[in-house]
Design a protein around this ligand. Structure first.
Ligand code: FAD
Ligand code: MLT
Ligand code: ZN
Length: 451
């Protein structure tokens, strides 16, 4: 069979021990939420860009489809082999270069985790602008492939804003290397920008050149309680003007905070009874605790607030937010809706989506949290199997309110059928044209993005 011949050629490239088959592939065929389960003839683990290029050429020759995989923390079923594809795991490409102190940049291989990268650059007094709860497993390559957002988009932008160079292997097996790190380089179309958010459908990212920023010595974190979402949204807008170093403004509802506290035996500093919470964090080169506290006290709608007095308290506040995803997964396999709304419609959307879900799925529980400073809400539904028509009804609600059906997780396989709700025929044609040039035989993640 073609796949057996391809695998034997791939063994010659990476060695037997880097072609995993049978039960040992189990961690690579199910996604993090447990919703998307596939199977694969093998997980292949290249150790260099050349290995990746050789593997892609072999797969192309034999017409074998490949799913690139980093940390397998993706939320939209794009990282698992749902149609029996070979899994191309980038985890062995895990080295980080020296910090470039002049340019404030670093080169990292695709399989480096976000946590590993943050630790490396912290030692040089620097930080990388993308961070989120999946940092321990999510990789540089995976976050570029999904254009991940996370907790600090307010100040640093999404992954695309950090990317100043890329090395990528196209579906043709050609290697594109644009790693000079030149911030200004208007020489035709921007290939790094194009690869960012392509979800493994245009090329396999092997290395990236990333922008760093100085670590700010002072960081203040607070939890604020509100009676409703609208007050929290308005307060966020005020804080964005008042605190230039505002890095995070994260929304949580009482039900989610209660769940996290119960699951992880934590106690919320303000109690968990208030309807709406906002977790904020602001950094600066000087100690701005007084003005931080002052701005909070001047906000309208704050019922009560707690400012973290030390790093231990800061970490506790962040656990209330970071652990939402894990806690919800413990309740059951969630249906996840990662959406953005215009800021002035966020509160209305929360009410509308809760009402919609309780009428369409009376047995379901709805969990809402997210990056409210970016207009990004995560709506999770447990206790209800649902189907495509349920998902479509949520996306239609989002679009009717001028929002986007994917804020930061991407389209993957789970939203591929719904992409035409959002993107025009001309836009989809352009995307398909790009795909045809970069991956003429359609071997790269064929089930993702396009239905
Ligand atoms: P994978 O899950 O392995 O892959 C994701 C997609 O990228 C797939 O389509 C895959 O084919 C492709 N891909 C992976 N590596 C490559 C490569 N080298 N070249 C080409 N394509 C590749 N996401 C956010 O945006 N914001 C958050 O706040 C956030 N929080 C999270 C919190 C938790 C607890 C968890 C579990 C996940 C969270 N995520 C978040 C989702 C997820 O971590 C991101 O989508 C992340 O970017 C995926 O990285 P990964 O390395 O795990 O990629
Ligand atoms: C988050 O912000 O925690 C994530 O994007 C993960 C999720 O949606 O569960
Ligand atoms: Zn998120």
């Amino acid at each position: 069979m073609a796949v057996d011949t391809a695998l034997s050629e791939i063994r010659n490239v990476v060695g037997d021990r880097n072609v995993i088959v049978g039960d040992d592939t189990s961690g690579h065929v199910v996604d993090w939420t447990g919703r998307y389960v596939g199977s694969t003839p093998a997980v292949v683990r290249p150790g260099s860009t050349n290995d990746v290029a050789e593997i892609i050429r072999i797969c192309r020759r034999h017409g074998i489809a490949v799913v690139p995989q980093g940390g397998n923390t993706g939320m939209v079923g794009g990282s698992v082999p749902l149609n029996g594809e070979i899994v191309l795991s980038l985890q062995r490409l895990n080295s980080v270069g020296e910090v470039d102190e002049l340019a404030l940049q670093i080169t990292a291989e695709a399989g480096v985790t976000i946590e590993q990268l943050q630790n490396e650059v912290a030692a040089a007094g620097l930080r990388y602008g993308v961070d989120f709860g999946g940092r321990g497993s999510a990789t540089v390559g995976g976050t570029i492939a999904t254009n991940a957002g996370g907790l600090n988009v307010l100040r640093h932008g999404m992954t695309r804003a950090q990317l100043v160079g890329i090395e990528v292997v196209l579906g043709t097996g050609d290697v594109i290397e644009m790693m000079s790190g030149l911030v200004k380089n208007n020489t035709g179309y921007s290939i790094p920008d194009m690869m960012c958010g392509s979800e493994g459908t245009l090329g396999v990212i092997t290395r990236a050149r990333l922008r760093l920023t100085p670590q700010q010595p002072f960081c203040h974190t607070a939890l604020l309680a509100f009676a409703d979402v609208e007050s929290a949204v308005t307060a966020t807008a005020h804080l964005r003007r008042a605190l230039p170093g505002l890095e995070a403004a994260e929304l949580m509802l009482s039900q989610g905070v209660q769940l996290v506290c119960n699951e992880f035996d934590l106690s919320a500093p303000l109690g968990d009874e208030y309807p709406v919470f906002l977790l904020i964090e602001s950094v600066s080169g000087h100690d701005h605790l007084d003005s931080f506290a002052q701005h909070i006290s001047e906000l309208e709608g704050v019922i009560t607030a707690a400012i973290a007095a030390d790093d231990r308290q800061r970490k506790l506040l962040w656990r209330l937010r970071d652990d939402h995803t894990t806690a919800i997964n413990r309740v059951g396999v969630p249906r996840k809706f990662d959406v953005t709304l215009p800021h002035d419609r966020l509160a209305e959307f929360v009410t509308a989506v809760e009402r919609h879900i309780s009428s369409a799925a009376p047995t379901a529980t709805t969990w809402i949290f997210g990056h409210v400073g970016d207009g990004n809400l995560h709506v999770n539904v447990t206790g209800f199997d649902g189907d495509d028509s349920f998902d479509q009804s949520i996306y239609e609600l989002v679009i009717s309110m001028d929002g986007s059906i994917s804020a930061e997780h991407g389209i993957g396989t789970s939203k591929a059928a719904f992409l035409p709700l959002q993107r025009s025929a001309a836009e989809l044609n352009l995307m398909r044209g790009l795909k045809a040039v970069c991956d003429p035989d359609g071997i790269l993640n064929p089930a993702a993005i396009f239905a």
